[in-house]
Design a protein around this ligand. Structure first.
Ligand code: TMP
Ligand code: ASP
Length: 254
């Protein structure tokens, strides 16, 4: 067991107390779940890859002025992040119909949308993360209208930027999920991008073949899951040195 204080354990990550006040250590596990925790599995090396991929994407987004919780990567499976108060809303940005959207609107997967569509889901395992409207979010006080404005404008900028970034490496960004947090710095409060950005929470399809390079390979038992995550990292130019053989170790948690 680690001697550090465990603040929170989620399905794919653990948060530990950080080395200085206001920081946390975000540890990426190989565990995968789907369908609100009904399906469980392990994707060997996923934690190492998602740590790298999320680091890379958060740094690129910071370069265009998107504030994020990311501070620096600490090792193969851990990154230092700023402690934020997570807003209990999942923001999903969709460019192409897929997943729950296709079921809800009876649309074939892969149909293009008239424009990018933003959806909000309330983070609640008991309720199965229901789709909610802005009305529910502000009436129940999960976020203020100002928070929502900030989240929406950041989500659209992130979508534009990531769509281009992935297209340049032959990948279509179909949809993705973002989480935001409130960061208190003295008397200042700002909304920053939090959680992670990885093939766990994006749908990524090869431009030429439409092959899925994301967690849908796990959700739908398509096989070659590890290879898909590695392929995303390889195309981003960040496959850990030594290639996939490096992915299993070394662990820092004792
Ligand atoms: P959905 O089509 O299942 O609603 O998923 C939309 C996007 O959100 C997709 O890129 C996967 C991601 N997602 C998560 O990151 N966590 C979740 O719990 C769910 C349901 C989806
Ligand atoms: N992370 C979600 C869960 O376990 C689902 C998903 O990503 O599909 O339930």
């Amino acid at each position: 067991m680690s001697r550090r204080r465990r603040i929170y354990e989620g399905k794919a990550k653990v948060l530990f107390e950080g080395p200085e006040p206001g920081t946390l250590v975000q540890y990426f596990k190989d565990d995968a779940t789907a369908f609100n925790n009904k399906k469980h599995g392990v994707i060997t090396g996923k934690g190492v890859l998602n740590n790298r991929i999320s680091e890379y994407l958060m740094l690129r987004l910071a370069e265009i002025g998107i504030p994020t919780h990311f501070v620096r990567r600490l090792n193969m499976r851990e990154q230092l992040v700023k402690e934020v108060e997570i807003i209990p809303i999942e923001v999903v940005v969709r460019n192409i119909a897929a997943g729950s959207f296709t079921a809800r609107f009876g649309m074939p997967e892969g149909s293009s949308l008239p424009r990018s569509i933003i959806e909000y889901f309330y983070k609640s395992d008991e309720l199965g993360d229901p789709l909610v409207a802005e009305e529910h979010i502000t009436a129940f006080g999960w976020a203020t209208p100002q928070d929502l404005d900030d989240m929406l404008s950041m989500s659209l900028r992130i979508n534009d930027f990531l769509t281009g970034l992935f297209l340049a490496i032959g990948i279509k960004l179909i949809d993705f999920k973002l989480e935001f947090g409130r960061l208190y710095e003295g008397d200042d409060l700002k909304i920053v991008l939090a959680d992670e950005l990885s093939p766990d929470n994006c749908r990524l399809w090869d431009v030429k073949t439409s092959e899925k390079l994301d967690k849908d390979r796990f959700r739908r038992d398509l096989g070659r899951i590890e290879e898909a995550y590695q392929e995303v990292a390889r195309r981003l130019g960040i496959l850990p040195e030594g290639g996939p053989r490096d992915l299993k170790g070394p662990e820092t948690m004792q």
